[in-house]
Design a protein around this ligand. Structure first.
Ligand SMILES: [Zn+2]
Length: 315
């Protein structure tokens, strides 16, 4: 499943020789200190967000690797190729003085970013310096959302909890686990009062997929995948049940003395739904009961049953 989280760009960082070496790993031509503008961003942390979700500490370590070398964009615009920032170093840091809402050491993923000091970038650099472009949005894929209460995957049949609700005084939240891809980080110009917080976006619209299954698989959402899997299973069961019901009703129609021929019954009952088939089955059964009234009444007394053994009927 894909998640996008927002955070805030931090102050400009000073450059050291080690940093310029790291930056030059990504540069086409050798860059000097004066060629680059660097700053740092807090990409994500283990604090619970507005969606009642947080990244697990393990996830932050994985994301740290996944985001290294990744290019950031502005306002989710891939077309502005020239205006780019690149992460040249990441660190997972712990703040010893701060705890998360659920009492763990506050841990965050910090990224060090550089931009080329070009004419084209000057406006954006000024905006970052001035704190205008400071919202950072992170898009990544995670394999699982784990329930903080029971440790099972949230929204899975094994987990009965709901995010944001209290259980014995503890709030349930989802722990974003096992990141598989860090596909985007970008600056978004969001007016301060309209800080939407966490955004969830789908990369493709549904119409781009051939069928529901393809779409759900591409989305990688456990809950939806599980739901579709269940639906498929029940649909198969339903089809088998209906087929059996149809076959039974045809046979009953023949033996009931209804006078209908097999071909006629098969053709007539073929496309009927459950309700109609059950109705016909009832009618045919009634006909059979009328034509062949039961010889023996079932008796629960053992003696009676013993008497019947070896007789005409075995019960
Ligand atoms: Zn749970």
């Amino acid at each position: 499943m894909r998640v996008i989280k927002e955070s805030v760009a931090e102050t400009t960082e000073g450059l050291n020789p080690e940093s310029i070496d790291l930056i030059n790993q990504y540069a086409k031509a050798e860059l000097k200190e004066e060629d680059v503008f660097t700053f740092s961003v807090l990409l994500c942390d283990n604090e619970i967000d507005r969606d009642n979700e947080c990244f697990g500490t393990d996830s932050l370590n994985i994301l740290s690797e996944l985001f290294t070398g990744k290019t950031g964009i502005f306002d989710h615009d891939w077309k502005a190729q020239s205006q780019m920032a690149r992460i040249y170093k990441t660190e997972v840091l712990t703040d010893p003085h701060e705890l998360t809402q659920y009492g763990e050491q506050y841990t965050y993923l910090k990224a060090y970013v550089y931009m080329l000091k070009t004419e084209e970038n000057s406006q954006i650099i000024a905006e970052i310096n001035g704190g205008i472009k400071k919202e950072v949005s992170v898009g990544c894929s995670v394999k699982k959302k784990i329930c903080s209460i029971c440790g099972e995957e949230i929204d899975s049949p094994m987990c009965p909890h709901t995010k944001g609700q209290l259980y014995d005084g503890k709030m349930c939240f989802g722990i974003l686990s096992e990141p598989t891809d860090a596909y985007e980080w970008s600056f978004v110009a969001v007016p301060a009062q309209k800080r939407a917080g966490v955004m969830k976006r789908y990369r493709n619209s549904i119409s781009e997929y051939g069928c529901l299954k393809e779409y759900v698989q591409a989305e990688g959402n456990y809950r939806l995948e599980k739901e579709l899997e269940d639906l498929e299973k029940y649909s198969e069961m339903g089809k088998r049940y209906l087929k059996r019901l149809y076959e039974e009703t045809v046979e009953l129609g023949i033996v009931s003395g209804s006078g209908f021929k097999r071909e006629f019954l098969e053709k007539t009952l073929k496309n009927m739904g459950e309700e109609e088939l059950l109705e016909y089955k009832k009618i045919f059964n009634k006909k059979i009961d009328e034509a062949f009234p039961p010889l023996f009444q079932l008796n629960t007394e053992n003696k009676k049953c013993e008497k019947l053994v070896g007789d005409e009927f075995l019960i």
